[in-house]
Ligand binder design. Structure first.
Ligand SMILES: Nc1ncnc2c1ncn2[C@@H]1O[C@H](COP(=O)(O)OP(=O)(O)OP(=O)(O)O)[C@@H](O)[C@H]1O
Length: 123
């Protein structure tokens, strides 16, 4: 392995460590992420209980991932807004509302997926 390749791998490992630090920060301090993770555990239990198919598992895992990604990015935007402008500001409020709107889109998608999977099994 040459010097350049060695530097590339070290750089990737360092980035991965920062990313894991970010995940730990989110799950240990952010209540919205904790709630979403608790819901993820519950629907995973539901999936096992109702013995859902492989394709249903794929959609369920995708929906959980979508929510967690949207919620994490929303948190990131909120932190950035608070860092830039902690006092009340109409534009900051608007930016935060849009970020929350993105989470709502993800949540609606996840709810529809959940209804498609579980409604026929319950009714
Ligand atoms: N600096 C601000 N200026 C104007 N409006 C704000 C400001 N901060 C928050 N808001 C308004 O309050 C809403 C909630 O913002 P906040 O940052 O408290 O998010 P949150 O969803 O309650 O976050 P969390 O519960 O994850 O801490 C925003 O969507 C926005 O409408």
């Amino acid at each position: 392995m040459n010097h350049q390749e060695n530097g590339f791998i070290k750089g990737r490992i360092k980035s991965l460590k920062f990313a894991i630090k970010g995940v730990w920060f989110l799950i240990s301090t952010e209540h919205s992420i904790m709630v979403q993770l608790a819901i993820a555990v519950m629907v995973t239990f539901l999936g096992w209980w109702f013995d859902i198919s492989t394709i249903e598992w794929i959609f369920q895992v995708f929906a959980i991932g979508l929510i967690l990604v949207a919620e994490s990015l929303n948190t990131c935007i909120e932190k950035l807004c608070d860092f830039i402008h902690i006092d009340y500001n109409k534009k900051i409020g608007f930016i935060k509302d849009i970020a929350a709107g993105a989470v709502t889109f993800a949540a609606i998608t996840a709810i529809i997926i959940g209804l498609i999977i579980y409604l026929p099994k319950i009714l």
